[in-house]
Design a protein around this ligand. Structure first.
Ligand code: ATP
Length: 208
């Protein structure tokens, strides 16, 4: 089983990396593909170009076995639709089960995604959530959760796609937005992101 972790990663931080590691271990994933998007359709364009965001990610995952950067959205250019990405990965990893990993915030916005119902034909969804939260979903999502939720990680291996699994992860209140803001204001974001990523940001004077 392979995890697919998409995002803007503008920049990548320990909130992304720690949660990815927890998901990898709990679900016993063979690997996690970090997919930096070129241009997200639902939010403002990232501050830094796709190439630099991908390079920061590559530095961040370098020492972690099973973490890889997948550049297909960057190479495709234009809007990055997850459904297209999963369709490509489906072909590339014909005999594997794919799990799309996303935060609860991203999951709540799912009905706004392009062809979102088709995501379930291509992969499972693994939603990272806060321990002990009662999940309230908009009606459209509630129905999908009712139909598709599985309560055990092991069940994900018994089907090729189409299930939703909620996994509690350690909550680290870190966001790329706050990191960008601190840098802009002259504060150090050190220890919120990998040391080599911070070094690259300083060297190229990014986010200033
Ligand atoms: P921004 O502040 O620019 O929105 P972000 O780090 O929240 O940045 P992305 O890089 O696009 O946003 O996030 C990619 C994925 O990582 C999303 O699914 C998001 O929910 C998840 N994520 C981001 N930060 C955390 C965190 N601290 N803990 C857990 N998941 C996170």
């Amino acid at each position: 089983m392979i995890g697919v972790y998409g995002g803007t990663f503008d920049p990548v931080h320990v909130g992304h990396l720690r949660t990815a590691l927890e998901i990898k271990e709990v679900l016993q994933l063979e690997k996690i593909l970090f997919v930096p998007c070129a241009q997200p359709p639902h939010r403002k364009a990232p501050v830094i170009c796709p190439e630099s965001r991908a390079r920061m990610l590559e530095l961040a995952v370098r020492t972690q076995p099973g973490f890889h950067v997948e550049r297909l959205e960057i190479e495709r250019e234009g809007y990055s639709y997850t459904v297209d990405t999963l369709a490509s990965l489906r072909k590339q990893y014909e005999d594997k089960i794919l799990c799309l990993i996303l935060g609860m915030d991203a999951f709540l916005g799912l009905p706004q995604w392009n062809r979102w119902q088709s995501l379930f034909d291509l992969s499972h969804l693994v939603v990272m959530c806060r321990p002990g939260t009662r999940k309230m979903f908009p009606e459209q999502l509630e129905r999908v959760v009712d139909q598709r939720q599985t309560l055990t990680a092991a069940t994900l291996r018994t089907r090729r796609n189409g299930s939703i699994f909620f996994q509690q992860v350690t909550q680290l209140d870190i966001s790329a937005t706050e990191i960008r803001n601190s840098i802009k204001q002259g504060y150090s974001p050190r220890f919120l992101l990998p040391e080599n990523v911070w070094a690259m940001i300083q060297e190229l004077k990014l986010y200033q």
